[in-house]
Design a protein around this ligand. Structure first.
Ligand code: ADP
Ligand code: MG
Length: 440
C-alpha cells in the first residue's frame, strides 16, 4: 500500500502520471483500420474466385478433367513449377469447380444418380500425409462416412487398405480425381509404391475409375520413379512458369482490394511488393507475404497509411526471419565456420579464401576449447553454407592453374550477428579477432 502511494506521488511530481487504461488503447482504436475484417485473404491458403494469368493452365486442366463429367477416365496429369506459381491454388480451384459442376448437373435435370457421371475429388498434401499407407487410408476414408468402418491410421496390412479402397471406389462408381500435391516429398520419403498402385488400380476396377493429378516443385523426383509409373503418371504434363512483375502486380491488386481498406495504402506499395518478389523468382506467395507483413508493421506502428517504407521494412523482416531460421539450426562446427567468415568480412577485409577461413576457424576453436575438424570437413561446411545461401563461395583461378574459392557473406552481417549472439555456445566468439590477420 505504502509503496504504491509513494510511487504515485513521485510520478505526479515528475509530471507524468500513468495514463488511464482507456487512454492507453485509445489512439489504436481511433485509428482507421487498414485491414478489412478477413485477414486470411492475404494468406497463402486463401483461394480467390479468379486466378489472373493462369487461364492457359486452368483451361488445359479443365479440358483434361472434363472427361470425368462425361463418365470417362481423365488422363493422369503431372504438374510442375516453382513455389508460388499457383499450382495448389489452380488444383483446388478446379476441384471445387468440378465438384460443383457434377452436383449442379444432377439437380436441375432431375435424373437419377445412376445416369449421371459422378465425380469425386480428393486433395492430399503429401508433405503432411507422406506414407503409402497414409495416402491410401486418406483416400479410402474420404468415401466412408460411418466412423466404425473407417480405415485406422495404422495397423492394417497395406494390401488390406488397398483392397478396401478399391471396393469403395467401385461401390460408389463414377470417377475419382486425386490430387497429390508436393508429390516429391512422398516419393523421397516413401518411394513410388503408392503411385504404382494408384496408377494401375483402373485395371482392377469394374465400375469406378481413378485419375491422379500429381504436383511438384521440380521434375528431379521423376528420376526416382519406376519407368512404368513415370510414363503412366505423365500422360499429360503441365508447366506453371514463374510470374513476372506485371503479373504479380495484378494478383496483388486483386487481393489488396479484398483485404485492405481503400485509401489506406499507397498504390506504389503494390508495385513495389510485386517488383521485389519478381526479382527473386516470380513467387506469388512471397509477394503476398510482403504485402501482409508490410500491413502488419504499419498497423503496429499506428501509421496513418501503408507506404513503401513499410514494404522495405517487411522485406528486411522476412529475410531476417529466414536467416534466423536457417542459422539457428546449424550444427555448432558449422556456426564456427560461419563466424570465421563473418569476422573477416566484419573487419572490412572482404572475401576470404578457403585457407584463410580455415585458419580463422582453427583459431576460434582453440580459443573456445573445441577440437578443430580437418580442412576437408570445413570445406564441406563451406559448400553447405553456400547452398543454404548464407554465404557465397565463388571459384577463382590464380597463378598456374591454381584454384581457390572466394568466400563472402550472402546475408547482411548485422542481421547475422543478431542471430549468432543469441547462441551462448558461440556468443563469445563473434567479436573475437584471430591472431592470423591478413597482411595489408
Ligand atoms: P504453389 O502451389 O505453386 O507453390 P500456390 O498456389 O500456393 O503456389 O500460390 C501461392 C499464393 O499465391 C496463394 O495465396 C495463391 O492464392 C496465390 N496465387 C498464386 N497464383 C495466383 C493467381 N494467378 N491469382 C491469384 N492468386 C494467386
Ligand atoms: Mg503448392
Amino acid at each position: 500500500m505504502h509503496g504504491t502511494r509513494a510511487k504515485r506521488g513521485d510520478a505526479k511530481t515528475l509530471g507524468h502520471e500513468n495514463p488511464s487504461a482507456e487512454s492507453i488503447f485509445k489512439p489504436y482504436l481511433q485509428q482507421r483500420p487498414l485491414f478489412k475484417k478477413d485477414r486470411d485473404i492475404l494468406r497463402p491458403s486463401y483461394i480467390p474466385e479468379r486466378l489472373p494469368h493462369r487461364d492457359m493452365q486452368i483451361d488445359t486442366l479443365a479440358s483434361i478433367l472434363s472427361t470425368a463429367l462425361k463418365g470417362g477416365r481423365p488422363s493422369n496429369v503431372l504438374i510442375f513449377g516453382k513455389t508460388g506459381t499457383g499450382k495448389t491454388a489452380v488444383a483446388k480451384y478446379l476441384g471445387n469447380a468440378i465438384s460443383k459442376a457434377a452436383g449442379e448437373r444432377a439437380l436441375p435435370l432431375g435424373v437419377g444418380p445412376e445416369e449421371l457421371a459422378r465425380v469425386h475429388f480428393v486433395y492430399i498434401n503429401c508433405e503432411v500425409v507422406d506414407t503409402q499407407y497414409g495416402v491410401l487410408a486418406h483416400i479410402g476414408n474420404r468415401f466412408i462416412s460411418d466412423w466404425d468402418e473407417r480405415i485406422p491410421f495404422t495397423g492394417w496390412p497395406t494390401e488390406k487398405v488397398y483392397d478396401q479402397l478399391k471396393r469403395q471406389i467401385d461401390e460408389l462408381g463414377g470417377v475419382t480425381v486425386i490430387v497429390l500435391d508436393e508429390i516429391d516429398k512422398l516419393v523421397y520419403k516413401s518411394g513410388d509404391d503408392v503411385l504404382f498402385h494408384l496408377t494401375q488400380i483402373n485395371d482392377d476396377l469394374s465400375r469406378g475409375a481413378l485419375s491422379v493429378v500429381a504436383i511438384s516443385n521440380d521434375l528431379k523426383f521423376t528420376e526416382f520413379l519406376d519407368a512404368r509409373v513415370r510414363s503412366r503418371l505423365g500422360e499429360e504434363r503441365l508447366v506453371f512458369p514463374p510470374y513476372n512483375a506485371k503479373q504479380l502486380q495484378d494478383i496483388l491488386a486483386q487481393r489488396a482490394e479484398l483485404a485492405l481498406e481503400a485509401g489506406m495504402y499507397d498504390e506504389s506499395v503494390i508495385a513495389l511488393c510485386a517488383a521485389l518478389a519478381a526479382q527473386e523468382h516470380g513467387d506469388a506467395r512471397r509477394a503476398l507475404d510482403l504485402l501482409r507483413v508490410s500491413g502488419e508493421l504499419a498497423e503496429r506502428d499506428g501509421a496513418p497509411r501503408l507506404t513503401d517504407a513499410y514494404v522495405v521494412k517487411a522485406k528486411n523482416k522476412i529475410e531476417l526471419d529466414c536467416v534466423t531460421e536457417v542459422v539457428r539450426t546449424l550444427p555448432l562446427q558449422s556456426k564456427i565456420v560461419l563466424i570465421a567468415i563473418y569476422a573477416s568480412e566484419n573487419r572490412g577485409e572482404g572475401a576470404s579464401t578457403t585457407g584463410e577461413v580455415y585458419d580463422a576457424y582453427r583459431d576460434l576453436c582453440r580459443r573456445a576449447g573445441y577440437t578443430p575438424l580437418t580442412q576437408r570437413r570445413v570445406t564441406d561446411f563451406i559448400s553447405e553454407l553456400d547452398m543454404l545461401g548464407i554465404i557465397t563461395a565463388r571459384l577463382k583461378s590464380f597463378g598456374r592453374g591454381g584454384r581457390t574459392r572466394e568466400i563472402s557473406l550472402g546475408v547482411s552481417s548485422g542481421e547475422l550477428r543478431q542471430v549468432l549472439v543469441e547462441d551462448e555456445m558461440v556468443r563469445d566468439l563473434v567479436d573475437f579477432v584471430p591472431t592470423q590477420q591478413k597482411l595489408p
